[in-house]
Design a protein. Structure first.
Length: 117
């Protein structure tokens, strides 16, 4: 099982930015697709962004143009740069890893992102 550790969450005002990071314990990090999900209070966990093994990104419509996912295979790390944050982005953000397609089986503990209005 892969261990994933997220960091970079915090409290920010609307319009601000945060950069989330997730470090993986995988020995073959480049063979994993990576993703970011979030769960707001009282809501189900939802997909935010993913990046393929070849670094092709994909986003939920609500974050397109504001969030950027990237990966650094030399550091076993995936990032989520979040700009133009709104209170609707407030949630616990989770990093996830998939060995087969985009079947995310390994999850981090999450990092809280709070956006004040």
């Amino acid at each position: 099982q892969v261990q994933l550790v997220e960091s970079g969450g915090g409290l920010v005002q609307a319009g601000g930015s945060l950069r989330l990071s997730c470090v993986s314990s995988a020995r073959t990090f480049s063979s994993y697709a990576m993703g970011w999900f979030r769960q707001a209070p009282g809501k189900e966990r939802e997909f935010v962004a993913r990046i393929s093994r070849l670094s092709t990104p994909s986003y939920i419509d609500s974050v397109k143009g504001r969030f950027t996912i990237s990966r650094d295979n030399t550091k076993n790390t995936v990032h989520l740069q979040m700009n133009g944050l709104t209170p609707e982005d407030t949630a616990v953000y989770y990093c996830a890893a998939a060995t087969m397609g985009y079947d995310f089986r390994d999850w981090g503990q999450g990092t809280q992102v709070t956006v004040s209005s």
